[in-house]
Design a protein around this ligand. Structure first.
Ligand SMILES: CC(C)(COP(=O)(O)OP(=O)(O)OC[C@H]1O[C@@H](n2cnc3c(N)ncnc32)[C@H](O)[C@@H]1OP(=O)(O)O)[C@@H](O)C(=O)NCCC(=O)NCCS
Length: 158
């Protein structure tokens, strides 16, 4: 059975934590040189996932640990055809980003976050590298692969 995990809606005050979780998401592969927070926040291909949080249309969920600390975040943002996210499928389909603080992974936090953030959304997309074990989690939570390139899949959930 999964442990109970406290969740709350993300607000403007969560910007820094959401930025941290975006850095975690880009650095999922421990065998690869990690991208610094500064790099993620200054590179337009990377910072588009978090810049100006919260923008109109953004929504997110924060998982809260026993001491009230933030332990994970999942958020949805819309992108444009001119400036798409990696998992872009359409301007009216938001893309999911997710990260859980390292010491809290594998305990059901990510599952709870995904369920909460998609609960009120229609179609949602995401991009995941094929080697990332997060792909299995997405499959389990109802995402299917829509298109693939050499290393990554674009997945959607209806
Ligand atoms: C992916 C991630 C958000 C999942 O959150 P989580 O709280 O670890 O997930 P849960 O405990 O609810 O589910 C566990 C499942 O997630 C997947 N998973 C992915 N990365 C994992 C990790 N580092 N540790 C444990 N499980 C992981 C596995 O499929 C696992 O299933 P299993 O328990 O049968 O092996 C989290 O592990 C994380 O932040 N990873 C690094 C950043 C990342 O990869 N973000 C997504 C980029 S597309």
């Amino acid at each position: 059975m999964e442990a109970h995990i406290d969740l709350r809606a993300a607000t403007a005050a969560d910007r820094r934590f959401i930025e941290d979780m975006a850095v975690e998401a880009f650095n999922w592969n421990p065998d690869r040189a990690s991208l610094s927070r500064e790099k993620v926040l200054s590179d337009p291909q990377l910072n588009k996932y978090v810049i100006d949080w919260p923008r109109e249309g953004d929504s997110g969920v924060i998982a809260v640990g026993p001491g009230g600390e933030s332990i994970g975040a999942a958020w949805l943002r819309f992108y444009t055809a001119e400036n798409p996210g990696y998992g872009f499928v359409s301007e009216d389909v938001p893309e999911l980003s997710i990260g859980v603080v390292a010491g809290w992974r594998g305990k059901g936090v990510g599952t709870a976050l995904i369920r909460a953030v998609v609960a009120t959304a229609g179609r949602v997309s995401l991009s995941v590298e094929r080697a990332n074990p997060a792909r299995d989690l997405y499959l389990r939570e109802g995402f299917r692969s829509l298109s693939s390139d050499k290393d990554a899949d674009t997945m959607v959930r209806d």
